[in-house]
Design a protein around this ligand. Sequence first.
Ligand SMILES: [Mn+2]
Length: 466
Amino acid sequence: MANQFSYRIRTLTVKRNELTPGILAEEYERRRALLMQQLPERSMVVSLAGQVKYLSGEIFYKFRQASDFWYLTGFEEPESAIILEKTSDSKGYRMTMFSQGKDAAKEKWEGARADLNHLGSIFGADDARPIEQFPSHLKSISSAYSNIYLDIPSTSSKRGKPKFLQKYLTHMSGRSSGSESILDSLADSKRQCLAPEIAKLRIIKSEAEQRVMRAAADISARAHTKTMRFTHPGLSESALAAHFEYICGLSGAQRMAYVPVVASGPNALVIHYTSNNHLVRDGELVLMDAGCEYNGYASDITRTYPVNGVYSPPQRDLYAAVLSAQKACMALCTQSNGLSLNDIHRQSCELLRQELNQIGFSLSSGEVEHILYPHYLSHPIGIDLHESTYFDRSNRLVEGMVVTIEPGIYVPPSSSYPHHFHNIGIRIEDEVLVGKNHPTILSVNAPKEIVDVEAACQGSLGLEPY
Ligand SMILES: [Mn+2]
């Protein structure tokens, strides 16, 4: 039974030796050491903090740290950077950290900042300097290195001008001439992309990361359950989204991991429907794809439930078909199976075809994925919702990866398909931690079996909507 105190369990607390909630300072240290170990001799790494983004004029969005920078440092301030230099000592590298430092006048407006003198003891920096020194320091040491790994947003720009970095340096040095000469010193032939190197580490989640991801998924699962209970005919899709966000925020989540999809009735046929501006009606389904970010990690869950609390016979048949395929695909997510996401995706197409043909469709091989199931089954998830950019879907799954499994069926009003299924869209999505021999479903607490979803909608699970 929920009570007012249950929410307090998940407030943001940092325990002894943790740098960010759930992650020890030594884990951040280990990440940097492993990164530098996998790079060749005479390598240095430059990683930049995120920049404040603006909605309009001076109206800023809530700040979120750049994912790779956060993975390496746990440092939450904008206007910061690190340089890692590979060394031959036992630590294996040297970290110089740059940040704004203390400024009483600015802190009065913007909040407390880390003291440069504390960056060593707290964040493990070997040297800490004001951010204004970053461009000149980078220039002064870069000639000693043969490989300079930089955050460059797109791989295609590797040999072009790294505009992002140029903008960043210009912004920090206060004049463009300075930044131009720094870029010239970082010769094209030396520049390497940093993100793919960090992606190799991020794809495998440590036990601490697994625990934070489980907590994030639990918050989202609970919000799904309570939003099912909250839903009734006549509410707007945006009210359901607001309710979901409210429950997540109350439970300690810092933000949504993405814009929630709350698609009622035929809106579910739009895969990334986010306008959320229709009223939900008696007899329709709601497809809700929503997840929070909690202590640095995303969650991603989709459920499709009846507005009035009971699936109609065609809704039930189609839901059961997708559910059966989804569960079969999740069971394949083990290292010992030796399958890739591409393999499991292909299986999902065939499983869905067989399921649909049992309930009155007549589909030949290959027909499902063109119209009824136009998206991919899965993506890796972690600090970012989609950790896919440098992930090869043809690689075998390995213990410690976390992937989504999210088959869906979206039936257009076409005479090719049984009439009673027209305009029904169903997607069911869970997060799966790949194990050696067994998968672990991180989002297990979001109701999914038909009886459980109906019970959650009707309130018979004993959960209050708030
Ligand atoms: Mn997803």
